[in-house]
Design a binder for this molecule. Structure first.
Ligand code: ARG
Length: 461
């Protein structure tokens, strides 16, 4: 057994405290990145002459052997390994003997863990970016099939104006694009190398920080060693971006849950993604969007936990930082799983009920604004037109009819500017088609947006 602490320590740790202190149960996830970081460090030590080139290459071989052992499932850290960094170092010493003890020259676990976690997160961010692109593409496909499908648009969850279903779906493509932009912005600051800051103050040994940063694909190095080992801003930035992704997923979930209810009846859940009830045989439950909505809270919680963890810490490293890992690991897997599940739900879990949507948009007053706009186009001031249409709606409600059923003499009595073409202008398709302002739901506008997204996705691949 390799001894971890210096000879200053005479007694072993209390066994409970030993477990309490350890992070190996969760930071084993960092193995690949820990090996990559150590290999870059070993090569650098060989180049600058802290160790010989021959020693560097033996260290590298030993580290690669550990990677292989892990892949074969035979590298199993023991309970005495406090964390992944010690686990690898202990194994290396067992494999290489005294040479293994040279790896940790000019390095501390403080800059080591800060490097590992950045490498780990950088890779995950790239995966999440493709998860985001996949959900955008699933939304785009649904939108392309539903340019002319109308759905009520809401404000205050009251029917407001009919819109193209594609327009509604593109709103989510936009949200996920902002998430991708934020992610790539956060990635710039994650991609800075702290390795070489050592414990907190740098090192007296000759090292080449630019070389290791380059080897590991970093875009730059931290210029202040204290900042390098104590900066966890990137963890907060990532969980905040992740939180917004969950907000967007949760809003989409909420809509699908509402739409699948008997009351709305806008979508059918297919058997592929819905579950039944253990007691009520008639039920089909939207478990997937409910779980996604429910999981949002976990990620917000991690963001809060990280902010609170950092806020009172003096420079530089503090063991509190060990808590950053589970927050990041769980945020990454939650966001990624939710994006994947929601993409599957969009692809094969929901079908829009076209008959129901068709009847819904012709059976309400959501074309009222268009009657007002009709009068405005004839020179009536909007406020006046608004009152006139309010009266028309009141008349309809009294008689239990819709605007399209109001006899022409009643329109004329309300305002002489109404002509026979008012009926044509009440048809939902017409109403939607007419909203040609930039960013509006007019079919032509929506088609332009779809073409724009299609082009962006194909040029990105
Ligand atoms: N397991 C530790 C962490 O996650 C590694 C760094 C420990 N450094 C130290 N000085 N105790 O933060």
């Amino acid at each position: 057994m390799v001894k971890t602490w210096s000879d200053r320590f005479e007694e072993g740790l209390n066994p409970f405290i030993e477990r309490f202190n350890a992070s190996i149960d969760f930071d084993f996830f960092l193995l690949e990145e820990d090996l990559d970081g150590s290999i870059a460090h070993a090569r650098m030590l060989g180049r600058t002459g802290v160790i010989t080139k021959e020693e560097a290459s033996q260290l590298e071989n030993g580290l690669e052997k550990i990677r292989l052992e892990a892949a074969q499932g035979v590298f199993l850290p023991s309970k005495d390994d406090e964390d992944i960094h010690f686990a690898v170092e202990h194994r290396l010493i067992t494999l290489l003997g005294p040479l293994g003890k040279k790896l940790h020259s000019a390095r501390s676990r403080n800059d080591q863990v800060a490097t590992d976690i950045r490498l780990w997160l950088r890779r995950r961010i790239d995966n999440i970016d493709s998860d985001l692109e996949n959900i955008q593409k699933a939304l785009l496909k649904k939108a392309e099939n539903n340019i002319y499908t109308l759905i009520p648009g809401y404000t205050h969850l009251q029917r407001a104006q009919p819109i193209s279903l594609a327009h509604h779906l593109i709103a989510y493509i936009e949200m996920f694009q902002r998430d991708r932009d934020r992610l790539s912005d956060a990635r710039k600051r994650i991609n800075i190398c702290p390795l070489g800051a050592a414990a907190l103050a740098g090192t007296s040994l000759p090292i080449d920080r630019n070389y290791t940063a380059n080897q590991l694909g970093f875009n730059g190095i931290y210029l202040n060693s204290l900042d390098a080992v104590s900066d966890r801003d990137f963890a907060v930035e990532f969980t905040s971006v992740a939180s917004l992704i969950m907000v967007h997923l949760s809003r989409l979930s909420e809509e699908i849950i509402l739409w699948s209810s008997e009351e709305f009846g806008f979508v059918n859940l297919t058997d592929r993604c819905a579950t039944g009830s253990s007691i009520m045989p008639q039920k089909k439950n939207p478990d997937v969007p409910e779980l996604v909505r429910g999981k949002a809270g976990r990620v917000f919680g991690h963001l809060q936990a990280l902010l609170v963890m950092i806020k009172g810490l003096p420079l530089a490293y503090n063991k509190d930082f060990q808590e950053d890992k589970e927050a990041l690991f769980d945020s990454v897997s939650t966001v990624s799983n939710c994006l994947k599940a929601m993409t599957i739900l969009l692809e094969e879990g929901i079908e829009f009920c076209l008959d129901r949507l068709g009847s819904v948009v012709t059976s309400d007053f959501s074309n009222a604004t268009d009657v007002a706009d009709y009068l405005v186009s004839k020179g009536v001031p909007f406020r006046e037109a608004y009152q006139i249409v309010g009266k028309a709606v009141k008349l309809c409600i009294k008689d239990g009819v819709l605007l399209k059923d109001l006899p022409f003499d009643q329109w004329q009595a309300l305002n002489p500017n109404f002509e026979k073409d008012i009926y044509e202008n009440l048809i939902p398709e017409k109403v939607v088609a007419a909203r040609v302002s930039l960013g509006g739901t007019g079919f032509n506008r929506v088609s332009e947006q779809l073409a724009n997204w299609r082009g962006r996705f194909s040029s990105a691949n």
